[in-house]
Design a protein around this ligand. Structure first.
Ligand code: PMP
Length: 355
């Protein structure tokens, strides 16, 4: 017995855990600085932690499968109907649910290169395929409708990320508007706002009422510090009211995750502190690194370092874990997440030693 032919599905290779890396290096995990996954270095809100503890008492019963308290709270905050909020297992789950809702076998999606690899993977998991549009170093990875539309060939979904991972560049509002009106009627433009809290640019959410070919995805993994709980969501067009219950995996968002996300929303100060800290770290890295860096609106900085793979390895040997962006289709660079003040200082010092 074999599964169907999965050779077109690129295997997902997760980054190794800090314990495993520490063991390899013969170090204590506490000696390592892990700035490779754009996590919140300040952890979750204490309110979220308390909610996790409370929710733990009730985990013998299923969570709500749809229209959760979380969806209702998000709907209220964003000024949309609760049916437009699809709570999902991480923003990765949001991408999957959108692919399930949009793709027939053989359909194509258009993705940024370099970019977040799961857009293409999710399309393949849903029996589709991916083509790409380029973002280029020469113009600081500027994002423009024209670049996307030049490559566009009637794909069913077009993915944009703002702030973009791994470059930190943004898609200006007028470019998004040009993209929304430049694609065919049957194409959904998916704006991934996983890092939007770290940016001062406006969100695309308020365009949902005016454009029925737009979906926005967001996550509790970054600014809210809940990556381990896997809670994200998609905001979809009003006309999609009955679609969620036709595509969701029942109970995919855990009761504990839902409770924590709801509590985290209620701790604006924690998010604010996290965002301010990331802004400080970004500036510190942009000024302090002896390498060309690109303007970033996310909680990470992309640096041009020559041989990104070698620099990543040398930094790792000194206990500083950063991301070699070769896996994003961008050799020659490393992406460094914003850490706490001491982590960020150590990362800059170490990287400057090994550049
Ligand atoms: N979109 C982008 C651009 C990301 O970088 C990530 C995570 N690294 C995600 C989506 C998925 O985040 P999660 O599934 O943790 O919500």
């Amino acid at each position: 017995m074999r599964p169907r032919d999965l050779s077109a599905n690129a295997p997902y290779v997760p980054g190794r855990g800090i314990e495993e890396v520490a063991r390899d290096l013969g170090m204590d995990p506490g000696e390592l600085v892990k700035l490779s996954s754009n996590e919140n270095p300040h952890g979750p809100s204490p309110k979220a932690v308390a909610a996790v503890r409370d929710a733990a008492d009730d985990v013998s019963v299923y969570p709500k499968a749809a229209h959760t308290d979380l969806a209702e709270e998000l709907a209220e905050r964003w000024g949309v109907a609760p049916e437009q909020v699809w709570v999902t297992p991480g923003a990765d789950g949001a991408l999957d649910y959108l692919a399930r809702a949009m793709l027939d076998p053989g359909d194509r999606v258009l993705v940024p290169e370099p970019g977040f690899s799961y857009y293409a993977m999710s399309a393949r998991y849903h029996h589709g395929s991916a083509a790409s549009y380029p973002l280029t170093k020469d113009d600081g990875f500027a994002q423009a409708a024209e670049t996307v539309l030049d490559a566009y060939d009637g794909e069913r979904m077009v993915h944009v990320t703002t702030p973009h991972n791994p470059t930190g560049s943004e898609l200006p509002r007028e470019e998004l508007l040009a993209l929304l009106s430049g694609v065919d009627e049957h194409t959904l433009v998916v704006v991934d706002e996983a890092y939007a809290e770290f940016s001062t640019s406006p969100t695309a959410v308020d365009l949902l009422g005016e454009h029925d070919n737009l979906a926005v995805t967001r996550t509790f993994s970054k600014a809210y510090g809940l990556a381990g709980l896997r809670v994200g969501y998609a905001l979809v067009p009003p006309e999609w009211a009955d679609a969620y219950s036709r595509v969701n995996t029942p109970f995919a968002a855990s009761a504990v995750g839902l409770a924590a996300a709801l509590a985290a929303l209620d701790d604006g100060e924690h998010v604010e502190r996290s965002v301010e800290s990331a802004q400080w770290a970004r500036e510190y890295m942009e000024k302090g690194l002896d390498a060309h860096t690109f303007d970033s609106a996310g909680n990470f900085v992309l640096a041009e370092v020559g041989d990104g793979t070698a620099v990543t390895e040398r930094a790792r040997e000194r206990g500083v874990i950063v991301r070699d962006t070769s896996s994003f289709g961008l050799p020659g660079c490393v992406r460094v997440s914003c850490g706490t003040e001491s982590e960020t200082r150590r990362a800059v010092e170490t990287l400057n030693e090994v550049l």
